[in-house]
Each structure stands twice: as C-alpha cells, then as structure tokens.
Design a binder for this molecule. Sequence first.
Ligand SMILES: C[S@@+](CC[C@H](N)C(=O)[O-])C[C@H]1O[C@@H](n2cnc3c(N)ncnc32)[C@H](O)[C@@H]1O
Length: 267
Amino acid sequence: MSNQHSNAISAGFSLNAGDYDKAVRYNIHGAKRLIDALPGPSYDDVLDVGCGTGFATMAFVNRFGTTNITGVDPAVGMLEGFRAKLAEQPSLNVHLHAADVLAMPVPDNHFDAVICSMAFHWFPLKAKAAIAMAQPLKPGGDMAILCSGRGGEEEFKRILTEINPPVPQWVGTFDIVQRDIDEMEGYLEGADLEILDIWMERRIRRTPVEEFLNRMRVVASHLNAGYSPAELADLDAKITAATERAAGPRGFEYTFTKLFAIARKPA
Ligand SMILES: C[S@@+](CC[C@H](N)C(=O)[O-])C[C@H]1O[C@@H](n2cnc3c(N)ncnc32)[C@H](O)[C@@H]1O
C-alpha cells in the first residue's frame, strides 16, 4: 500500500469524522477491553497512535487516571473531534499531532504506555509501524494494540464478491487490513517487544442493514476513490440491495473478529 493510499485513508476518516462516534460504537467497547487488559498498575505518560476522536485515550484515562496524553493521527477532522471532547477534561495535559505513525514528532524512550486501537490495520507498513511505535516506549513500558482480525466480515466479503461489475479494491481490502495472531506476534517480536498477552475475539453480530452499511461507509470511504458520484450511487444501491437480501429477520448477521495484543519493551 502506497503513501498516497495511506493519505486517502486518513482523508476518508477526516471527511466522515462527524459521523464516526455514532457509527462505530463497538470500537468504544473494544478500546475499553483493550485498556482493561493492560497490567498497570499505573502509567504516567501515554501515547495514543491513530488516536482518532480519542476513544482509547478516554478509556485509558478512566482506568488509570493518567493526565499526560499525546495523540497522533494524520486525520485532522478526527483530531478536531478529539479536541472538542477535551473541552470537558480541563485537567488533562494533551498534545495532539497531525502525523503518520512513521513520522511521529515524539521523543524516544519516553512513554510508559503506547496504545493503538482500531488503527494498526490501516497502517501500510505494519512491521515498520510496530518498530515506530516501540521506539517512543520507555524500557519496561507497555504497548496495547487492537486491530481487525482474519476471518471477520466474511459474509460481507461474499456479498462484495458477487457485485457486478466487480469491486476488486473493496474485496482486496479484507486481506490488507485483517491480521492473525502469528502475524501480530511477528510484528511485535520484530520490534523487540516481549508479548504478554495476545488473543482473537470472534463474535456473531446481527445488525440492521442500514446500521451495518453506515459503519462501512464511515470507516472505508477511501475505497470510493476513482468512482464518479453516479457510479458510487449505483454501487451503493447494489450493495444495499444485496445486503438486504442476505439479511434475516434479526438483521444482517456477520462475523466480527478482533485481534488484541499486549506487549512490553524489555527493561
Ligand atoms: C477506526 S479509526 C480508530 C480511532 C481511535 N483509535 C478509536 O479507537 O476510535 C482509525 C484511525 O487511524 C488513523 N490512521 C490511518 N492511517 C494512519 C497512519 N498511517 N498513521 C496514523 N494513524 C492512521 C485514521 O486517521 C483514523 O483516525
């Protein structure tokens, strides 16, 4: 995946930042489970990579009471959403940087914890990203990552596979973003981190079709690049109709697979 593609991803998130919190309420719960898995007992300084509108930071603050926070995300619109939330948190000392994971303006060996919730799967160079995230971590500090896991949303992938004319970049995205445990272990060990805990969560969800598709529109709008508005409207109508056909009385049923990892930088 090129830099240009990476810019398209963050531009997509910026564009839809206003709808993000509503559309991805599951990410709030996932961020909380990720933060709950950190061993603690306390962390003074935290770096949130791909911080978006700050779900993971807020879960971290709620659990550990940490006040020194640095957030990095190239999507300016998402950072604005985060800033708006901070108005209600005057006691926090927060630095937000609009930057890519591979160009973070943060010091080495400085943070007690580095967290990254539902962003790692979008990083184009994952092995390098893991190294870039380990660098600012203090020896003895902990890293927590939550990202898309292999096998998720197979039901939607099947629908996309059958759309005519084909939508190769949509179908191909599943392979680009989803990771299995052994792949994540490779990235963490490649960054000289010691794995403390790593697991996959697999759920079956039933969601109203429109709610499911709205989440997809918010998190994957960069895949629309290259289509004219008329083509997009046609594609959206076909995908909606096919998802409605696949849905049952309890909504669209799909597999939701998330990969969690906790690792430590050796002291
Ligand atoms: C699904 S959102 C997750 C946001 C937040 N961490 C949360 O839990 O809700 C993914 C975020 O990753 C950011 N992102 C995408 N590519 C990135 C990159 N190369 N470097 C840093 N952040 C990136 C996006 O801009 C977006 O805000």
